[in-house]
Write a protein that binds this ligand. Structure first.
Ligand code: ADP
Length: 466
């Protein structure tokens, strides 16, 4: 599991998308609810202030019938009083004629609040929402008429600070719950997307393991995956089938062509050899020409044989006759052949027995020794070692030649791959040798490894199970 957050992943994009949409949706909804509630709150308090202002004149009228007008005003104000609502009446000259107890209450006296309020609203007619000393107030003032005569100004001030604070608390709780809900939603979305994308990750792993060896047997199966993934898997399966068919066709083609060409070419080679042996009357240029033709025919026959071997191995048609063998005898046979053409091959062999195909192992060693000789100078020694470590036998072919560049080390086992320098050299190689060696070693359940340092030499190690 890759724990690092990948900004390009579908999982990350969906989660971020969900978070953004939620913030936008829930944020706007919360904002709208908050705005609407504040509006309703102010409106209800305005209505209350207006109602008090409009009824107070009638109350004073009523009480005025039985008592003096100043007492009637005090009675009417007392009758209409409400907690957090201050009511007072001023004369046209600005003197206070009557007022509710609220104005003289402790909370309205802090920092001279009542006095500041009287000064702020005096002379202002109409309905307003104001802020004074951090408090929110709805103010309503209108002329007070009694028996059709203007007696002065009536002021009604409603302190809505506490309601506003309650509303702010509700808003904060709402915002916090929304953020919590968005967080939980984001985690749930990330988890859900991860689960939904699991088949795609599985498919990715399967596809990454597809190689020419398992092409024909690879099938992506997703019975319980979402429809889109099943469709993708089906398309991939069809593509793999087509690739497999094309690969088979190419292998058959190479195998058929190599086979068809090898037979006549062997005839030509044989004919050239016998002509060279039998004809004593050939001129020197004629002999030279025939010798070049014979050498080229021989090289091409070997190339075709290599191609045929590779095509057969790829198709699983290469047969191995695996038997328990004393390896030192097999290695010794190849060494003798090598020592016949060069005296710089040295051996260090331990007696080891292993299950191998004698003929194929010889082919492997001939190739490795041939390379060691080709890619090192005539005066540089070549060492062939055989030893047993644990339950494996190790055959090492090492040279002190020019080595292989690090970048080419993994590629030299690919068919037709040659290190750049060798493509232009006349070493006569085809680039197929090591891929055949690898195929043969793996066919005997072994492994082939190479270690090399540029300018110092290379060591090829064949490891075989005992
Ligand atoms: P080739 O027919 O060219 O020898 P191989 O498949 O045997 O093809 O080898 C592939 C390439 O690996 C060679 O062309 C050469 O560049 C490099 N190579 C193989 N063996 C050695 C070695 N012992 N020392 C240096 N380079 C080597």
């Amino acid at each position: 599991m890759k724990s690092a957050i990948n900004p390009n992943s579908i999982q990350f994009r969906l989660t971020i998308g969900m978070v953004l949409v939620s913030i936008l949706g829930i944020g706007s909804l919360t904002g709208w609810i908050n705005w609407r509630m504040r509006q309703l709150l102010v409106e209800s308090h305005k209505d209350n202030a207006l109602m008090i202002a409009s009824r107070l004149g009638q109350d004073v009228d009523l009480y005025g019938e039985t008592m003096p007008i100043s007492q009637a005003m005090a009675m009417a104000i007392d009758y209409r009083k409400q907690p957090d609502v201050a009511i007072w009446v001023t004369s046209p000259q600005g003197e206070i004629l009557a007022q509710s107890d609220t104005l003289s209450m402790g909370s309205w006296q802090i920092n001279g609040f009542a006095q500041a309020l009287l000064e702020q609203v005096s002379g202002k007619l109409g309905l307003e929402v104001i802020r004074l000393q951090g408090r929110h107030l709805v103010t309503c003032s209108s002329p007070l008429e009694v028996n059709g005569q203007v007696m002065g100004e009536l002021y009604v001030v409603d302190d809505i600070t506490e309601d506003q604070e309650t509303l702010s608390r509700i808003t904060r709780t709402l915002a916090f719950s929304s953020l919590l809900a968005i967080g939980v939603g984001a985690i749930a979305t990330a988890f859900y997307t991860r689960q939904s994308l699991a088949p795609i990750r599985k498919m990715n792993r399967l596809a990454a393991n597809v190689s020419t060896d398992n092409l024909a047997s690879t099938r992506l199966e997703f019975d319980r995956a979402p429809t889109e993934v099943q469709e993708l898997a089906q398309a991939c399966n069809m593509m793999i089938s087509r690739l497999s068919a094309a690969w088979d066709q190419q292998r058959r083609f190479v195998s058929d062509v190599s086979h068809e060409l090898r037979t006549p070419l062997t005839l030509v080679h044989g004919y050239l050899q016998s002509t060279l042996r039998r004809c004593n009357n050939l001129s020197s240029p004629q002999r030279e020409g025939l010798e070049i033709a014979a050498a080229e025919a021989d090289r091409t026959i070997r190339l075709l044989q290599d191609l045929l071997d590779l095509a057969r191995a790829d198709g699983g048609h290469l047969r191995f006759q695996i038997e328990r063998q004393p390896l030192e005898a097999v290695v010794q046979e190849v060494l003798e052949m090598g020592q016949y053409v060069s005296d710089r091959i040295h051996a260090d062999l331990e007696p080891v027995e292993a299950r191998v195909d004698r003929h194929r192992l010889k082919q492997v060693l001939i190739n490795l020794m041939d390379n060691a000789m080709k890619y090192s100078n005539d005066n540089e020694p070549i060492r062939v070692g055989l030893k047993k470590i644990g339950d494996r036998a190790y055959i090492e072919v090492s040279d002190h030649g020019r080595g292989i560049p690090l970048a080419d080390l993994t590629k030299i086992f690919d068919p037709f791959y040659r290190v750049d320098e060798d493509r232009s050299r006349a070493t006569g190689g085809t680039g197929l040798g090591l891929s055949i060696v690898k195929t043969l070693v793996e066919g005997m359940n072994g492994t082939l490894k190479v270690q090399s340092k540029l300018g110092e030499g290379s060591v090829f190690t064949v490891s075989l199970p005992i």
